[in-house]
Write a protein that binds this ligand. Structure first.
Ligand code: BGC
Length: 746
């Protein structure tokens, strides 16, 4: 694209711009020329589907108003707030397109929250949530999820999804941690790029969200302010967006909250300077839900809607997700007429909307033949989702109890034991994922999967604690004594503890500890003396430090989706091997919420003197923890260079051997540590990873590349510094130190 712009600039100088415009750019200009201000404003607005529907389906009178009067450019969301069949979804979108073409002559762009597969379609293939995909440390699964969700979304006539989510989940208290690929910027980037590319290769536009640093609320509560250093923003939070944009992402949705006092929807520096101009990106930026209104109703940086609109549009917003009404249309028009927003900005925004529609081929084909999508929900798609689930469940502890021997009498207990809802989490059939008894049929809960695997007569289910379906945090039918009695009759207890499904702000919590009832259940079943396998089924790491020692084995299945129960049964039976690793740091104490790349001085030994102090790093399980039924031996880490400088690519090699008795896959993670830096360095950073499969006794040479410039950090002057001095590299138990021979500042 940069090259295109350079050539275009040269041709302009020669007075030949028209002839160099690509077909799409010429079409965009032609369409824009034919639009008056009302039409332009309409294209910049997105409404919720209930504004064009009634209980029976599309509402002609509403459509006449929305498309005829207001010329609205986009509709979002699932009809009636519940997953529909693909036929119903296609029928609604086809009707919307017909109305849009009839009244405006411009196709509508319809957007849906497909978050872990086609999660708003009945019978859509549900993958594990992104946090699980990250745990697989294998971008193949992100790519497969993207490919299949795009296919199934197009099968329902929808050309745009609000995915991938790429907020770094760096605060375990945050209710949306599980929606993205974990706490590390590099892992997040690799996975998000794989998903974005696959989605768009399937002719569906990805929408990167939520730009940016949404996952770091200071209070831990969703949609509350973040306070961040410029270093962290540029080195970490920006990175996945930059890489996905450079990989061709077509649209971006904005972080609903504020950073350092500036609501992101009004942050011109982030939206225009960093994203659009900085990356030379001609894609489209959409707000999050009602977030222009939030600038005056919640954030108090504008007195009214008109002022809020001017702030947002001037900052770089192109499309306003205004789900509830069309009030913004008149205010936007007034803001333009009063010259609060220059016409050039409106034209730029509309060009970006039209460009997206042209790029998706919507002008030529607002609808297409959905009969061609015969692979929808096919066995092959299901197999891909199930494989992803099996490779995403993390074994954190195993004191000889797993695999569970066939013939064992198993007690399955806990509120997550017999729930598809808790396996899926939010964004599953409904926003909160809360209506699964109505939607889901034919999938196995953990209890059902274990009964199918180990025999109905061997597996008993006594919940002990149940979730209250009406309030995701509430628990009911507490009968711990029955579970404890059943434990005494069993050979092994599988305690499935964690969280019921939730999503976004309703998922805010006041205590990261696992609930008192569930901890009491674990204590009671463990008191039976029978080995307890603790299965954690949760969207964020709930603290279990005081009860974890009672479990002989721990598996964090997080949110593995519809096939997560079956996958777990195969893993617990030893038919498959665990190979996932934690993509976040599992905290042990509420006052020790660290990330793996903490600043070195977050952990210090006792300083002796007048004022003794220390700062202790004590986490439950570090980022990257993940056991297997086999063991891998790391040796011989070496690099092709003994020293390096900017521009070099460091080629690492190490030998990896499967020294156990069963085949297994190992994710090899390579970290760097800048041993002395002019600002306090991170203790370590993930720089490369790969996943390899080895048979028992087999070994292989694993190769990993790290461009030296990746080791740079953002200095006090806002520039990238690769500083002279020693860097340590580590993978497994191997490490080596290399010198950077000169300082480079960019
Ligand atoms: C969420 C977004 C979502 C949007 C549209 C918002 O509340 O923050 O992630 O894409 O709603 O449903």
């Amino acid at each position: 694209m940069k090259l295109y712009r350079v050539i275009a600039a040269a041709l302009v100088a020669l007075g030949a711009l028209a002839s160099c415009k690509s077909g799409i750019e010429a079409d965009v200009e032609k369409t824009l020329k034919g639009m008056d201000l009302d039409a332009k404003i309409g294209q910049m607005v997105q409404l919720n589907i209930n504004l064009v529907t009634n209980d029976e389906g599309l509402d002609e009178a509403k459509m006449e108003s929305v498309f005829g009067r207001w010329k609205i450019g986009s509709i979002l969301n699932v009809y009636k707030g519940q997953a529909q069949t693909r036929e119903k979804t296609a029928e609604l979108i086809a009707g919307i397109q017909e109305a849009s073409m009839k009244y405006i002559g411009i196709p509508c762009i319809y957007g849906l929250d497909m978050i872990h597969g086609a999660s708003y379609l009945k019978e859509g293939t549900f993958f594990p949530q992104e946090i699980n995909i990250a745990a697989s440390f294998d971008p193949h699964h992100a790519s497969e999820m993207g490919r299949i969700m795009a296919y199934e979304t197009r099968a329902a006539l929808c050309p745009w999804i609000f995915s991938p989510v790429m907020d770094l989940g760096r605060d375990p208290r945050w209710a949306r941690l599980w929606e993205s690929f974990g706490e590390d910027a590099y892992l997040q980037s690799v996975m998000a790029v794989a998903e974005t590319k696959a989605v768009q290769e399937g002719d569906v536009a990805a929408c990167l969200k939520h730009y940016m640093a949404y996952g770091a609320p200071f209070s831990g509560k969703d949609r509350t302010p973040a306070i961040l250093t410029e270093q962290d923003m540029r080195e970490k939070y920006f990175r996945p967006f930059k890489e996905c944009v450079e990989a061709g992402a077509l649209s971006v949705m904005v972080n609903s909250a504020s950073i350092n006092g500036v609501p992101t929807h009004a942050n011109k520096v982030l939206l225009t300077d960093w994203l659009k101009d900085g990356l030379d990106w001609d894609g489209m930026i959409v707000t999050d839900w009602a977030d222009v209104n939030n600038l005056f109703t919640r954030e108090h940086i504008a007195a009214d809607r008109k002022e809020a609109l001017a702030l947002a549009i001037n900052a770089g917003i192109d499309m306003i997700m205004e789900p509830y009404d069309t009030l913004c249309c008149a205010d936007l028009k007034a803001a333009v007429e009063e010259k609060l927003i220059p016409m050039s900005r409106i034209d730029d925004a509309v060009r970006r909307v039209l460009r997206l529609k042209y790029r998706l081929g919507l002008f030529e084909n607002p609808v297409w033949d959905t009969a061609a999508y015969g692979e929808y929900a096919s066995d092959a798609f299901v197999a891909a989702a199930k494989q992803a689930a099996a490779e995403s469940e993390v074994l954190l502890k195993n004191e000889g109890v797993l695999p569970i021997r066939k013939g064992s009498r198993i007690l399955v207990t806990g509120p997550c034991a017999n729930s598809i809802r808790s396996l899926n989490g939010g964004w599953s059939y409904t926003w909160q994922g809360s209506d699964d008894p109505y939607f889901v049929d034919g999938f196995n809960t953990i209890y059902e999967a274990l009964a199918a695997k180990f025999g109905k007569d061997k597996v008993r289910f006594v919940p002990g604690v149940e979730f209250d379906e009406a309030d995701w945090q509430a628990e009911k039918n507490i009968d711990i004594a029955s579970a404890a009695a059943a434990a005494r009759q069993a050979d092994v207890v599988v305690a499935c503890l964690g969280e019921n499904s939730y999503c976004e702000t309703p998922g805010n919590i006041d205590d990261l500890n696992l609930s008192a009832n569930q901890k009491a259940l674990l204590k009671a079943v463990a008191a039976s003396g029978k080995p307890v396998v603790l299965v954690l089924n949760e969207g964020r790491p709930r603290i279990i430090g005081d009860v974890e020692p009672l479990a002989k084995a721990v598996v964090d299945v997080m949110l593995p989706g519809n096939y997560g129960g079956d996958a777990l049964a195969e893993l617990l039976a030893g038919e498959k091997n665990f190979c996932a690793k934690l993509p976040f740091t599992y905290p042990k104490h509420i006052n020790s919420l660290h990330t793996y790349d903490y600043k070195v001085s977050e952990q210090v030994g006792i300083m002796v003197g007048d004022y003794n102090y220390d700062a202790v790093m004590d986490v439950q399980w570090p980022f990257g923890t993940g056991l297997s039924y086999t063991s891998f031996e790391y040796s011989g880490l070496k690099c092709d260079k003994s020293s390096f400088k900017s521009g070099d690519v460091l080629e690492f090699e190490l030998e990896l051997k499967n020294v156990g008795d069963v085949a297994g896959k190992e994710a090899v993670l390579l970290y760097s540590s800048d041993l002395v830096a002019s600002i306090v360095p991170d203790v370590r950073r993930l720089r490369a990873f790969t996943k390899v499969e080895l048979q028992p006794g087999e070994s292989t040479v694993v190769k990993l590349s790290v461009p030296a410039d990746e080791l740079a950090f953002v200095g006090q002057d806002g520039k990238w510094h690769l500083e002279k001095g020693a860097f340590r590299f580590a993978a497994g138990n191997c490490s080596l130190t290399l010198d950077c021979t000169e300082t480079t500042i960019r």
